[in-house]
Design a protein around this ligand. Sequence first.
Ligand SMILES: [Zn+2]
Length: 66
Amino acid sequence: MSQIPTVECPTCGAPVEFTAENKFRPFCSDRCKLIDLGAWASEEHKIPVAPDAEDELFSGDFDPRH
Ligand SMILES: [Zn+2]
C-alpha cells in the first residue's frame, strides 16, 4: 500500500499528485506552469523601488539627535 503524495498547485491551489508521471509537478497542468513562469518573468521586469529612498525623506524631516 503506497499513498501518492499530493501538493497544491502553486498557481491555482488544486491538489496535484506528486508522481514521476506528472511532468508538470508541482503544477496541475502545463497551463498553470506557464502562468507561474510568466509571473516570475514579469516580476523580474518590474522596476524595483529603491529601499532607502523613503528613509532619506524621513531623515530630512526628522533628526533623531534633537
Ligand atoms: Zn493549477
